[in-house]
Design a protein. Structure first.
Length: 323
C-alpha cells in the first residue's frame, strides 16, 4: 500500500509565479484543475491510500471523489494546521502550495519522497519525479510570453505520469439533468476582475441567443457551491469566462464556450467539449495575467458577440436543445 498525500488548498495559483503569502479566498478552480492527478496516481500506484488536504471552501468539490480515501480541511493558518505526526508516515507527499508557511509544514510531514513546491534559500522551488525543472522553467518563460501547454500536463509530468487527457474528478455531488440550452456564467472571482466581459455585452449576447430560439439561464448559486454545480449541470452548454465554472462544466461533461482576454486558452485542455474564443484586442501584452488593466480599452470589451453566438450554435449537442 502506497500512502500518498496531496496538499492543494487553492491559496496560491499553481501556475502563478508570484511568491504570495497565505491570504484571500481560495481559488476553487485551481483545486479542481489539480484533480487529474488522481487517475494518474491510481495508474502509477494501483494500491494506494490517498489523503488530500484542502480548504473548507473547496472540500465540496472533492468529498467522496474517486481516488480520495481521506479528505482533511485546513484554512492554511498555522494555528489550525494538522499535526504532521497525526497524518501518519507517507510514502509520497505532493505539495502544490507555494506559501512559505505551507511549504515548511509540508516538509515536516514524515515522508519517503516529496514532490512539488518547497523553499530553497527562501525562494520557491519545485521537486519533480525525474529531477527536471520543467515547472520552474515554464513559470519563468510564461512571464516572458514563452510557449504554453495544458496546465494538467505539467502537473502529471512533475509526478512522473504521462499526460493522456486524464479527466477532472468531482466529488459525490448530486447534479441536475440539462433543462436549459445555454447557461451564462458571467461572474468572476475577486482576484482577476479583468477576466470579465462587460455586463451590457452579456445582456446583448442573451438577446441574440434568445432570437435563435434558445432557452437561456443566468448564473445561479453564487454563494452555494453545490447549487452552483447543479446549475451548471442543468445547462447543455455554458458560456463562461476563464473561471471555476469552465472547469466544472468540463468535469460534468457539458459543452463549453470559453472567453479569454488576460489569460491563455492554451493552458486549458478542453476534453473535446470546448470552443475557446480570445478577445480580438490586438494588445501586445496579452496574455498579461494582470489584475487590473492599464490600457485605455479593456480587451474583454472587444469580444466578438457574433463569433460567440456562432460557437454556441455549433456547440449545442444534436437533439440537446431544451424543449
Amino acid at each position: 500500500m502506497t500512502r500518498i498525500g496531496i496538499i492543494k488548498l487553492g491559496l496560491s495559483e499553481t501556475l502563478d509565479d508570484a511568491d504570495r503569502g497565505v491570504g484571500g479566498p481560495p481559488s476553487l478552480g485551481d483545486v479542481l484543475r489539480a484533480t487529474p492527478l488522481l487517475p494518474a496516481l491510481a495508474e502509477l500506484y494501483p494500491h494506494n491510500h490517498l489523503t488530500w488536504m484542502t480548504t473548507p471552501q473547496a472540500a465540496p468539490l472533492l468529498a467522496g471523489g474517486p481516488g480520495i480515501d481521506r479528505l482533511i480541511t485546513w484554512d492554511g493558518g498555522p494555528e489550525q494546521a494538522p499535526k504532521a505526526q497525526d497524518l501518519g508516515a507517507m510514502d509520497l507527499v505532493i505539495n502544490l502550495e507555494k506559501a512559505r508557511s505551507i511549504c515548511d509544514w509540508a516538509d515536516g510531514i514524515p515522508a519517503q519522497k516529496r514532490l512539488g513546491f518547497f523553499r530553497r534559500n527562501g525562494q520557491v522551488a519545485c521537486r519533480e519525479q525525474d529531477g527536471n525543472r520543467r515547472i520552474m522553467t515554464y513559470l519563468a518563460a510564461r512571464r516572458n510570453g514563452g510557449p504554453r501547454q495544458p496546465w494538467q500536463s505539467l502537473l502529471l509530468e512533475m509526478a512522473g505520469a504521462s499526460w493522456l487527457g486524464q479527466p477532472y474528478v468531482l466529488g459525490d455531488i448530486a447534479t441536475a439533468e440539462p433543462a436549459h440550452d445555454v447557461g451564462l456564467n458571467y461572474a468572476v472571482g475577486g482576484k482577476w476582475p479583468t477576466k470579465a466581459m462587460p455586463q451590457a455585452m452579456w445582456q446583448e449576447l442573451a438577446e441574440r441567443l434568445n432570437a435563435e430560439g434558445l432557452t437561456i439561464s443566468w448564473q445561479r448559486g453564487h454563494n452555494d457551491l453545490r447549487k452552483y454545480l447543479n446549475w451548471i449541470a442543468s445547462c447543455h452548454l455554458l458560456v463562461t469566462h476563464d473561471s471555476l465554472g469552465l472547469h466544472a462544466a468540463l468535469a460534468l461533461g457539458r459543452r463549453v464556450v470559453g472567453l479569454f482576454g488576460p489569460t491563455s486558452a492554451q493552458e486549458i485542455h478542453g476534453y473535446g467539449l470546448a470552443t475557446f474564443i480570445s478577445a480580438n484586442a490586438g494588445c501586445p501584452a496579452l496574455p498579461c495575467y494582470a489584475e487590473c488593466c492599464a490600457h485605455e480599452r479593456h480587451c474583454m470589451e472587444m469580444m466578438d458577440l457574433n463569433q460567440i453566438r456562432r460557437a454556441v450554435l455549433r456547440g449545442l449537442p444534436k437533439g440537446g436543445r431544451a424543449k
